[in-house]
Ligand binder design. Structure first.
Ligand code: SF4
Ligand code: SF4
Length: 246
């Protein structure tokens, strides 16, 4: 990859209505939770949503619904350094180590909180745990977004890892194969090899180098955000389900 310094393009990301304003939920839960801990209970529904959607469609949540993703792409991207995401942050070793570290701490705190089970305090305690976690992601993920790349945190986000686990179950049971949409190229011969699909990709993936013999991009980290689809100069990309007959 030549000229890495200016390789990635800071293009507008694609926003549905929820993603346009989802960042408000992040601020509400992370900051508002300091005064009203029960706001953190919203995160329980967010976790249920991301586990369910990933079972059927991979990391769709990250590119279309995630409130933190909305914050990173809508609010922070304009001031982001937009640098190359360091390879070690994307490595399996780092992702697994961070996931285990996160889960160990999370479960340890849940066990402590469980002493309040059966009292009204439990809602405040659990809510505070989630809202503090949201605040931590806002601070750490936000700093990485400003100084490195808007989606740096997402490379090792434990919720992203949980989605990959849920997606693996969906694939194992043969469900995701029928329901998941993937970036699809209509005709490989028309590809200019310009790399723009990679240059605009929030995760710095390389769809044009990885299309399968079914003309699909199978990378488990694709967040189905449509940015490459909208930016391909010859409009040969789309998000499609796998054609099982082909
Ligand atoms: S942006 Fe389109 S034409 Fe360019 S490399 Fe990607 S798929 Fe090919
Ligand atoms: S490959 Fe395309 S759809 Fe997937 S994350 Fe990158 S820009 Fe989004």
């Amino acid at each position: 990859m030549k000229n890495k310094k200016n390789y990635y393009i800071k293009t507008n990301r694609i926003f549905n209505t929820f993603r346009q304003y989802g960042w408000i939920i992040t601020v509400l839960v992370a900051i508002g939770g300091l005064w009203e801990p029960k706001l953190g209970l919203i995160v329980v529904f967010i976790m249920a949503g991301l586990i369910a959607t990933s079972f059927f469609g991979g990391r769709y949540w990250c590119g279309n619904i995630c409130p933190h993703g909305s914050l990173f792409d809508k609010i922070i991207l304009p001031i982001s350094a937009n640098k190359k995401i360091p390879d070690f942050i994307k490595s399996k070793t780092f992702i697994i180590a961070f996931f285990l570290f996160f889960m160990f701490n999370f479960i340890r705190k849940i066990i402590t909180i469980s002493q309040h089970w059966g009292t009204y305090d439990i809602f405040d305690k659990v809510g505070a745990l989630f809202s503090n976690t949201y605040l931590m992601v806002l601070i750490v993920g936000g700093a990485l977004a400003i100084f490195v790349n808007s989606r740096t945190w997402c490379q090792f986000c434990p919720m992203g890892t949980m989605q990959k686990i849920s997606h693996a179950f969906g694939k194992f049971l043969g469900v995701a194969k029928k329901t998941e949409k993937k970036v699809t190229i209509s005709n490989k011969d028309k590809c200019l090899n310009c790399g723009k699909c990679s240059k605009v990709c929030p995760f710095q993936l390389t769809p044009y180098l990885e299309f399968s013999d079914k003309n699909q991009f199978d990378n488990v980290n694709c967040i189905k955000c449509n940015t490459c689809v909208e930016n391909c100069p010859v409009k040969i990309l789309s998000l499609e389900k796998e054609k099982l007959a082909s």
